[in-house]
Design a protein around this ligand. Structure first.
Ligand code: 5GP
Ligand code: ZN
Length: 140
């Protein structure tokens, strides 16, 4: 944790461009600015990823996102939408292992953010979907 870059940003040891801060979260501009206004929301408590949240922390962090999302959207008339992205694990493109949410304002189909959702629905009959759902439900 001593080496966590986001913990250092939270304490101010590493500078950041802050847009909002309270006792629970800090929101600051992502250095990469994938699109203008690209913001990270991080819990002040060090949790590595979504799998480490309890319900209270999740409610506290998620509950603060809409206000910040609206502020970003209202900051520029050319923002038409927003992707909110939370990567968990290196396989899922997480590179900083202090949980965070990316708020990525969207300006046009040709801006610098992309996501691909492959449609595999033709390969899944209802029986297979039921099997997958049953495996998940067993863990809840
Ligand atoms: P991840 O890939 O883990 O989902 O996202 C990590 C994000 O942190 C990246 O988008 C990267 O640009 C951002 N980032 C990494 N180091 C710093 C930093 O020192 N300052 C800021 N503001 N953002 C950073
Ligand atoms: Zn941390």
């Amino acid at each position: 944790m001593e080496e966590c870059i986001f913990c250092k940003i939270i304490t101010g040891e590493i500078p950041s461009t802050t847009v909002y801060e309270d006792e629970t979260i800090k929101a600051f501009l992502d250095i990469s600015q994938t699109t203008p206004g690209h913001t990270l929301i991080v819990p002040k408590k060090h949790v590595a990823d979504i799998f480490e949240y309890d319900q209270t922390l999740a409610a506290e962090v998620f509950g603060r996102i809409p206000k910040i999302a609206r502020a970003i959207k209202n900051s520029d008339d050319s923002i038409k939408g927003m992707n909110i992205v939370n990567n968990n694990g290196a396989i899922a493109y997480q590179s900083v292992f202090h949980s965070h949410f990316h708020l990525i304002p969207r300006y046009s189909k040709k801006d610098d953010f992309k996501m691909v959702f492959t449609d595999n629905s033709a390969n899944y009959k209802q029986e297979k979907l039921n099997q997958i759902a049953a495996q998940i439900k067993k863990q809840l």
